[in-house]
Design a protein around this ligand. Structure first.
Ligand SMILES: *Cc1c(COP(=O)(O)O)cnc(C)c1O
Length: 247
């Protein structure tokens, strides 16, 4: 399928899922997951109106964002007006993040979806302060399947982790929750997990905490984004359904 067709198809399905669930398509942000996809694919997607991109690997994010900002003229004042559109590229970081890679992500990603432990919040805050970046916004990834090999904080650890945002003076802020349900082949298998995440968000919203404003639910990938929308996703992370198979 041609690229523009797959984008069209995903957009149509988003719209239909919104209709089914009485939601407005403006409530659902489509994040194009461009990990292992080429710079050219990102450019093509951008020109077709996708402005939010998701990456999983810290160095890949650093390299791609730097190449794209150069080639799109962000670092060249003369060519900038021609490519001023490029200023609206928004990078999302989705993958497991180690403390020593935080410097590649903070200040580049508008949102880190995969925060799951206190030591990571400390490292992010340290980087924000060192580089004088604006506050880093993030989501807490919850390991709903309790899968030992997966990242994400446990259900039990979530309230405590949300409490710790108070300690960082607003240099790191929490906007919501993210999950990756256990691997499966049927979209419907994800529904119970999406429901649990939505209920968690609702429950934690009732507890006021400094620098925590829970409004985003990042859930749903190529296989199950329509189910995620039906269950209240505000951000869906779609890779292969847009770009085809990864290299
Ligand atoms: C790879 C990935 C996606 C996209 O997966 P697809 O199945 O290609 O849509 C979404 N979220 C995360 C965290 C990922 O690692």
């Amino acid at each position: 399928m041609h690229f523009s067709q797959s984008i069209e198809q995903v957009r149509n399905r988003v719209q239909e899922a919104c209709q089914r669930s009485g939601r407005s398509p403006e409530e659902v942000k489509l994040i194009a997951v461009s990990k292992k996809q080429s710079i050219e694919s990102i450019r093509a997607a951008y020109s077709l109106g996708l402005h939010d991109f998701g990456e999983n690997y810290a160095q890949e994010l650093r390299d791609k964002s730097s190449v794209l900002s150069e080639n799109l003229g962000l670092k060249d004042e003369l060519s900038a007006p021609r490519f001023s559109e490029a200023l609206s590229i928004k990078w999302h970081f989705l993958g497991p993040l180690q403390r020593n890679k935080v410097r590649y992500v903070v200040g580049t990603a508008c949102l880190i979806h995969s925060v799951d432990r206190l030591s990571l919040l400390e490292a992010i805050t340290e980087q924000v302060r060192k580089k004088n970046h604006s506050p880093q916004e993030c989501l807490i990834e919850v390991n709903l399947g309790e899968e030992s090999q997966k990242s994400g904080c446990s259900l039990q650890a979530l309230p405590g982790l949300l409490d710790t945002f108070a300690h960082f003076g607003g240099d790191v802020r929490c906007l919501g929750l993210m999950c990756i349900p256990p691997m499966h082949t049927k979209a419907e298998s994800s529904r119970p997990y999406f429901r649990v995440l939505r209920e968690l968000l609702r429950k934690e919203q009732a507890i006021p905490r400094p620098y925590v404003n829970l409004r985003e639910l990042s859930m749903g990938m190529s296989l199950d984004y329509e189910v995620a929308i039906e269950e209240g996703a505000t951000m869906i992370r779609v890779g292969t359904a847009l770009f085809g198979k990864r290299a």
